[in-house]
Design a protein around this ligand. Sequence first.
Ligand SMILES: [Zn+2]
Length: 126
Amino acid sequence: MTPDVHAKPIRRTFFKADLKCYMCGSVAGSIESEQPFTGAAVAPRPVLLRRYGPSQSPVQVQNWRTQRCDRCGGPLFLDEVEEITRRYEDYNWLDERPRRGRPPKRLIEERRRERELLEAEEAAAA
Ligand SMILES: [Zn+2]
């Protein structure tokens, strides 16, 4: 009786986009969802919001459109929508929130790596 505790890595596809300010053009953060962001007619779906800046813990928001720019309070729009496939050894991916005090540089690096990974996957599929 040895149950298989080593579950297969889970591959999940996410849609990710930057939240950019209409007024000042700064990127306030990014949102993530397993549903595409397109479809204006549908009711807003909850997404995972990562604010850039000192508090970087992802939070669930019902409607990203209610979010405002940290710098000027302007309305935000979606920029650079990406589709990302990630592999998870465990399901509790919400726990991998960044530690306090990590420099935003790390986030930028993380995003760059994700993009490179995506490009590599696209190149492999072509
Ligand atoms: Zn702004």
